[in-house]
Design a protein. Structure first.
Length: 187
């Protein structure tokens, strides 16, 4: 009995060290060698300062920027609290929140794209649909005193198409778009 207990304890400790520490360190090391940008979170730096990530959205406010989709993660884009709202499509709370968002985000008679009034499943989505970006063009163009065609071309240049032509949907990274917008405005 004593020998079996010692063997089981040693096996548990060795397995825990190998699989709980060794393997994750090995895989992390391989990731940093083969995919350094992705393993580091695809951070975006501007003037030597980290300002965001290609992988995690952030809130933009005001008329001078393209807005991200709403986030249900903590207080908004909180990676430590990633989650959706878990409201079903018939939930009165969800319906009321979406209706309130739609009424505050009117753009003439154009229908509001769904991703501007609903959160993603993770609450961290950094992208919006091209339709959501185009919907915001009149507001941003007016606030920045730019032509709508200039902003439309900017969106076209920052639209990522489906991977391999069939996986996912076309999307626009909001942080990249807003950085390009700032660069456009300063030139």
């Amino acid at each position: 009995m004593k020998k079996t207990l010692i063997t089981a304890t040693l096996y548990t400790l060795i397995t825990a060290v190998i699989l709980g520490i060794g393997y994750p360190l090995l895989i992390t090391g391989i990731d940093h060698v083969l995919f350094p940008k992705q393993a580091s979170g695809e951070l975006i730096t501007h003037n030597g300062e980290v300002i965001g990530s290609h992988l995690i959205g952030q809130t933009f406010t005001g008329d001078t920027y393209f807005n991200s989709r709403p986030s249900a993660a903590g207080t908004g884009y909180d990676a430590s609290s990633s989650s959706g709202s878990n409201y079903g499509s018939t939930s009165k709370v969800l319906i009321d929140r979406v209706q309130a968002s739609v009424t505050t985000d009117q753009n003439g008679s154009a229908p509001v794209p769904v991703d501007l009034v609903t959160a993603s499943g993770s609450g961290l989505d950094p992208d919006i649909s091209p339709a959501a970006a185009y919907y915001q063009v009149p507001r941003v163009a007016h606030a920045r005193h730019l032509s709508e065609s200039t902003l439309t071309h900017l969106i076209d240049d920052h639209t990522t198409q489906r991977q391999f032509g069939l996986l996912g949907e076309p999307r626009v990274n909001v942080l990249d778009l807003n950085l390009a917008l700032d660069n456009l405005s300063t030139h």
